[in-house]
Design a protein around this ligand. Structure first.
Ligand SMILES: Nc1ncnc2c1ncn2[C@@H]1O[C@H](COP(=O)(O)OP(=O)(O)OP(=O)(O)O)[C@@H](O)[C@H]1O
Length: 558
């Protein structure tokens, strides 16, 4: 009689909310659409529901490899040794843990290495000597020998029934032989990254250990996910469709076998055709359906598939009770999260504000420095301009000199006029000529210095305007330090001006000394040092004077 055990294994995943709860042999799945999405998607509302099913075996997230093996596969070893076919399937969506359950890893060995190890301990030498192993995969309805790499055909053989032509049967008298073939075959499995699993095995893998009277079959089925979910396109989508079709046929076959139906649709896929002998008759089958709680839809479909396959009567009575309990637990989690969330929101806000504050401060500091630098530069220019202007002031000494000379000359004229009255008109002409030249020179000099004075005055005006501008700028600045810097610079300028005033006083002093010297000279001349002119010079002066007068008459100036 055919015996089928359907087990569920829940993959341990990091999850905030509970979506799967295991209670004994019951698995309850909570619809996240109703639970966590607000508002609920109307289109999905009627499609997805909470689900609760009972199975032969249920392994929760805490179940380790050893427990899974000991409860699902180990009990069948006796049946196998007594000559019954045993088949173990791993079913589930991509990434749900099929390969982990069947093969596992070096440190966490799965069902296959554990079962074969235990089996070989129990087998007699004779039995072991007759053992052989085949390892193949069915990818897109094509059979490939994982040991030889050859593509194989299925053929009906009159005597033997269905055979896989040219399938390599590796003799495996020891466990070591088995391990080496498995390792080799595993490395040749068709693996492709899908949207759901980086290292997804895209084929059904069938490992069979043939003993004298029976076969121990391990099937790691390809991922049962919906094609749309793995965001697969083109070749991957065809692959998905093939996988789903063969899984459907497999489900139907197991269901038919379990229900002892007359017709079992083995011919529906290569997988079921291949497994026909192993599944038929007095055999035992274990189907381990793997679910990952972070994927509701895949979990829902897997539970439904496994449940239909097993054909167990639905839903236990305490189903609603468990859902209520689960919802209450999730409600608590939600509240805690909300609280944490609002706290972390506040923290985030403070951090952002603090960052903004620091950014502002940095910007202000930069502005402040820029303004101060600007003031310093302007003030240096200002100082240079003022210094230059002050340095030019000593030129005024020429101005004063010129004025002095003119005064002196005027006095000489007065003096000479006196000479003329007393002695001769020749003296007057002679002196008039000389003094006229002198006065012209003085006047030019005075004009020049007056022009220079005007330029200096203009420069001062510009300097003052400039200073006013800087002052206005500084007073507009929001920074006290900028205003302070301006005051400091003004003080510098004033200090420099103080030094310049001293310089100016020195110049004035010099001028006064000069003036006194001139005045002294004048008074000396007044006191009897009358100018003496010889006859020749007088003649010459007269001649020149006459020429000059004639010219002036000619030019119409007289
Ligand atoms: N029960 C578990 N405990 C710890 N890790 C697990 C468990 N189940 C699965 N994993 C880890 O999850 C990842 C995916 O698992 P695995 O490859 O077995 O998935 P799969 O169903 O075989 O996927 P595919 O169909 O794409 O080949 C692996 O890294 C595996 O180690």
């Amino acid at each position: 009689m055919h015996n089928i055990t359907v087990a569920i294994r829940v993959k341990p995943v990091q999850q905030t909310f509970k979506t799967i709860i295991v209670n004994g042999s019951t698995v309850t799945l909570l619809d996240p659409e109703l639970e966590f999405n607000n508002p609920v998607d109307i289109l999905k509302k009627n499609r997805i529901k909470d689900a609760s099913y009972e199975f032969d075996l249920v392994f929760d997230q805490q179940a380790d490899q050893k427990e899974v093996y000991e409860k699902s596969a180990e009990p069948l070893l006796d049946d196998l040794i007594s000559g019954q076919n045993v088949t173990i399937f791993a079913y589930g969506a991509t990434g749900s843990g099929k390969t982990h359950t069947m093969m596992g890893s070096q440190n966490q060995q799965g069902i296959i290495p554990r079962a074969l190890n235990d089996l070989f301990v129990r087998l007699s030498k004779e039995q072991a000597a007759q053992a052989s192993l085949t390892f193949l995969e069915i990818y897109n309805e094509t059979i490939r020998d994982l040991l030889t790499g050859k593509l194989l055909d299925l053929r009906e053989d009159g005597n033997k029934g269905l055979v896989v032509v040219n399938l390599f049967k590796a003799p495996v008298p020891t466990l070591n032989d088995i391990n080496q073939y498995i390792k080799y075959g595993n490395s040749r499995r068709a693996k492709e990254p899908t949207g759901a699993n980086e290292n997804s095995t895209r084929s059904h893998t069938v490992l069979q250990l043939m003993l004298k009277q029976c076969t121990f079959t391990f099937v790691d089925l390809a991922g049962s996910e919906r094609a749309s979910q793995t965001t697969n396109k083109g070749q991957r989508m065809v692959e998905g469709a093939m996988i789903n079709r063969s899984l459907l046929v497999l489900g139907n076959c197991i269901k038919a076998l379990f229900s002892k139906e007359q017709f079992v649709p083995f011919r529906g896929s290569k997988l079921t055709r291949l497994l026909k002998d192993a599944l038929q008759g007095n055999s035992k089958t274990v189907m381990i359906a793997n679910v990952a709680p972070n994927n509701y839809e895949d979990s829902f479909n897997t539970l439904l598939y496994a449940h239909r396959t097993r054909n167990i009567d639905p839903t236990p009575n305490n189903f609603q009770e468990m859902i209520v309990q689960l919802r209450e637990e999730n409600e608590d989690i939600k509240k805690t999260l909300k609280k944490q969330n609002s706290q972390s929101k506040m923290q985030l806000q403070i951090e952002q504000q603090f960052k903004e504050q620091q950014r502002q401060e940095k910007m202000e500091k930069q502005q402040q420095q820029q303004q101060i630098q600007q003031i310093q530069q302007q003030s240096i220019q200002q100082q240079q301009a003022e210094k230059q202007a002050y340095d030019e002031e000593p030129n005024q000494i020429n101005y004063f000199k010129a004025i002095c000379i003119r005064i002196r000359v005027n006095q000489i004229i007065v003096q000479v006029r006196g000479c003329f009255d007393a002695n001769s008109s020749r003296h007057y002409v002679q002196f008039q000529q000389k003094t006229e030249d002198l006065i012209t020179k003085c006047t030019d000099s005075i004009n020049n210095t007056e022009n220079e004075q005007f330029e200096i005055a203009m420069k001062y005006k510009t300097i003052l305007q400039q200073r006013r501008k800087i002052y206005d700028q500084c007073m507009q600045s929001q920074f006290q330090s900028v205003k302070d810097e301006f005051r400091k610079q003004v003080q510098n300028i004033e200090k420099m001006k103080g030094l310049q005033s001293e310089k100016r006083e020195e110049v004035m002093k010099k001028f006064k000394e000069l003036e006194i010297e001139h005045l002294k000279k004048i008074s000396n001349q007044k006191n009897g040092n009358q100018p003496q002119i010889d006859e020749e010079t007088l003649k010459e002066i007269k001649k020149n004077r006459l020429q000059s007068l004639n010219k002036q008459i000619k030019d119409g100036k007289l």
